[in-house]
Design a protein around this ligand. Structure first.
Ligand SMILES: Cc1ncc(COP(=O)(O)O)c(C=O)c1O
Length: 347
């Protein structure tokens, strides 16, 4: 076993805090399918107020929140638009097709922010040959674009174009609070521009389980029906929601530290010969490192790092993704930079 463990695979590895565990142990609970769990109700009210929307629904995961959003915004046979590398398109088991029965088209972008003119160019005339395009999904921060933050003004330009084509807009905001902290805006600046937003409690915010889907009261009522259909209506879920309340109250401001650590890691690794660090214009808690100039593929770095206790996920063929989180200290960052410099020198 390596002496040190620096787990940079994801911010989903974060463990609940002692305060979360205490809140879970003493949570007042009831049957949430009857709407009688006071802790779930409180979390949902807090979440809706926090994003400035009418209502919120507690769901088991980000994927379930996104799936409920697809189902609640569309009908089978409609079409949804995703950015080409979107988590909802790439990593959610084709739920848009397998569960919601949707057609799909993708739009390319440089850092996750689709250009309004590209959206407009993709729109088709009303014609019985085409599925009706109903929904645009945006992701913020964008996982596959290195944690890129969508700025509120970029979102505004895109949503204006979407509205002019009568599209609804859903935001996959799994890391919405990272975006708001990095852009130094209130999360409402994002939420007021979209029809629905999903954010996760179980990533950098460190709760063990759960996400919130937020939107209008009518939309959330429909999403609640869809959550039931998916088997996601839970009973004494207040045990989980209690940790989520602590996450929202205590864990948002410290995301800034994760961003500082990511910037420090990026800067240090960028100084090592043969490593290329790709950072988006406005980064957050992720760092993508490309090793092709050393003649390596992703696995070559992963296998060198593993015995040193450093874990990360591949971005094949020749990149890795590092995600800072609550369990990564500045000392861990310096350790990674130091041992990687030694590895590169000895190679
Ligand atoms: C951008 C994004 N959206 C959605 C999800 C799905 O969240 P979950 O793993 O809770 O289903 C993830 C998970 O990593 C994500 O990164």
């Amino acid at each position: 076993m390596p002496e040190r463990s620096v787990d940079l695979r994801s911010d989903t590895i974060t463990l609940p805090t002692a305060e979360m565990r205490e809140a879970m142990a003493s949570a007042a609970v009831g049957d949430d399918v009857y709407g009688e769990d006071p802790t779930v109700n409180r979390l949902q009210e807090m979440a809706a107020a926090r994003v400035g929307m009418e209502a919120a629904l507690f769901v088991a995961s980000g994927t379930m929140g996104n799936t409920c959003a697809l189902l609640a915004h569309t009908r089978c046979g409609d079409e949804v638009l995703f950015e080409s590398l979107a988590h909802m398109y790439v990593f959610e088991g084709a739920n848009y097709a397998a569960v919601a029965g949707l057609g799909v088209r993708t739009l390319d972008s440089e850092y996750g922010a689709v250009k309004p003119e590209d959206l407009t160019a993709a729109m088709r005339p009303l014609d019985i040959h085409f599925p009706p395009t109903r929904l645009l999904c945006v992701e913020n921060t964008h996982n596959n674009h290195g944690g890129a933050v969508l700025r509120p003004q970029e979102l505004a330009a895109l949503t204006e174009a979407a509205r002019s084509h009568e599209l609804r807009v859903h935001m996959d905001g799994a890391r919405l609070f990272n975006a708001a902290v990095a852009a130094q805006v209130d999360v409402r600046e994002y939420a007021r521009q979209v029809d629905s937003v999903m954010f996760c409690l179980s990533k950098g915010l460190s709760a063990p389980v759960g996400s919130l889907l937020c939107g209008s009261r009518t939309f959330i009522e429909r999403a609640r029906r869809m959550r039931k259909r998916l088997g996601g209506a839970m009973r004494q879920a207040g045990i989980l929601a209690a940790a989520g309340i602590v996450a929202l109250e205590r864990m948002v401001d410290r995301l800034r530290v994760d961003h500082e650590h990511a910037a420090r890691l990026a800067e240090g690794l960028a100084g090592i010969e043969g490593l290329h660090v790709h950072m988006p214009p406005l980064p957050s808690n992720m760092v993508n490192v490309n090793v092709s100039d050393r003649g390596w593929v992703s696995r070559d770095l992963i296998e060198r790092w593993r015995p040193l206790g450093i874990l990360c996920n591949p971005r094949p063929p020749s990149s890795v993704r590092l995600v800072t989180n609550r369990h990564i200290s500045a000392g861990d960052v310096d350790y990674v930079i130091g041992v990687t410099r030694d590895l590169a020198a000895a190679d």
